[in-house]
Design a protein around this ligand. Sequence first.
Ligand SMILES: Cc1cc2nc3c(=O)[nH]c(=O)nc-3n(C[C@H](O)[C@H](O)[C@H](O)COP(=O)(O)O)c2cc1C
Length: 162
Amino acid sequence: MQYSIVYSSRTGNTRRLAQSLLEVLPAEGCLYQGPVGEQALAAERIYIGFWTDKGTCDGDTAEFLAGLTHQQVFLFGTAGFGGSPAYLESILNRVRELLPPGVRYLGGFMCQGEMPSAVRKRYEAMEDSPRRSAMLENFDRAVGHPDGEDINRLWAAVRAAE
Ligand SMILES: Cc1cc2nc3c(=O)[nH]c(=O)nc-3n(C[C@H](O)[C@H](O)[C@H](O)COP(=O)(O)O)c2cc1C
């Protein structure tokens, strides 16, 4: 079966997940691998990577999802706030709802992705509060993600979706 891997990634977190998929999927079936684009649509199965923007997928991914017709899809994404599995699950569910009728959802995966240091500087400049401490803690927890463990969990989710 032919497949594509597409992603949208501003700072590289989601691209890292996408590129890792080349190590776990059979090379001969790969029709397209790269940023979201129409070339990917001809494959029967599409692995779609997004970054989280205001609680849902980024706009480029949303546009790509709207162009799907009948394909099988696996969704994967990264989010800055990864402390709560329920939060990550809610993002995935929201993105899944964007799939047009006729598209088959095979499975999905989300993990935390590190944020640019400018974000930490913004938090540091805030007045001290429990919210500020929680945001700083979350920022520090995100550093280095996605890591090898995240990639292993992504691969397990992809294998389970076969
Ligand atoms: C404009 C903007 C909005 C964001 N909104 C959210 C959000 O609502 N929830 C969240 O968990 N992370 C949010 N993030 C963090 C990114 O989703 C996160 O850093 C992600 O891993 C970036 O992926 P990328 O490196 O592939 O671009 C936002 C980042 C930016 C720049």
